[in-house]
Design a protein around this ligand. Sequence first.
Ligand SMILES: NC(=O)c1ccc[n+]([C@@H]2O[C@H](COP(=O)([O-])OP(=O)(O)OC[C@H]3O[C@@H](n4cnc5c(N)ncnc54)[C@H](OP(=O)(O)O)[C@@H]3O)[C@@H](O)[C@H]2O)c1
Length: 216
Amino acid sequence: MRIGILGSGLMGGKLGTLFAHAGHDVVFSYARTKTKLERLARAAGGSARAGTPSEAVDGADVVLLAVHWSRLDDVLTQAGDLSGKLVLSCSLPMNADDTALALGGKTSGAEELARRLPDASVVSAFSTVPSEVLAAVYAARRKSTRPSLVYCGDDTRAKKVAAALIQDVGFDPLDTGPLRMARYTEPFSLLIGQLAYQASNNPALAYRFERFDERG
Ligand SMILES: NC(=O)c1ccc[n+]([C@@H]2O[C@H](COP(=O)([O-])OP(=O)(O)OC[C@H]3O[C@@H](n4cnc5c(N)ncnc54)[C@H](OP(=O)(O)O)[C@@H]3O)[C@@H](O)[C@H]2O)c1
């Protein structure tokens, strides 16, 4: 597939590189310098290249949105028309300094994006709590139990792949059931994100939420 990356930081850089390694045609865009985009494209190899947001979107089958929520207006304006595209978003709706949710409790980032991009198909993915918040917890738990990572879906084959990938990156895959469960995972990750950023003892707080499992 042709995959346009909007936001080539930690998430966009890493995911774009993985997509390029998997044989997809990737265009990295939206960083503070063109040099960085070119460096990423060179390192990713294959046909990966650097471009502007509108070049990344032009002809793309899938667009990965990986900017901070506060950059959304800017990147969407630069990207242009997203009609008919599959927009994969990992942007968490946090305010500019990550101290609070940018949206109220009655909607999600994916729903807000779907409202703003009515002619695109919006999928919320990779919208986990930023890894740096939980890194210490994960490091500590890796010594004993692996941290859980929830996933859901309706396609049995895809779920097997997801579970294997989750296991590969050091988590315990926790199947939460059919795709309709996805509507609960974003607010859940936002809740953890907000609590973790606001509390002084972040890791302990995050640890408690990690312990949710099928038994409730
Ligand atoms: N990090 C995680 O583990 C994680 C996990 C799940 C979800 N998320 C969410 O994913 C989204 C992206 O996170 P991230 O960690 O990838 O962020 P990031 O590393 O800061 O990447 C954001 C990208 O936007 C670019 N950018 C920022 N301001 C810009 C400007 N004024 N002009 C042009 N480009 C600009 C950055 O450029 P530079 O590269 O030049 O800095 C960078 O490429 C966020 O909503 C975050 O909450 C992150």
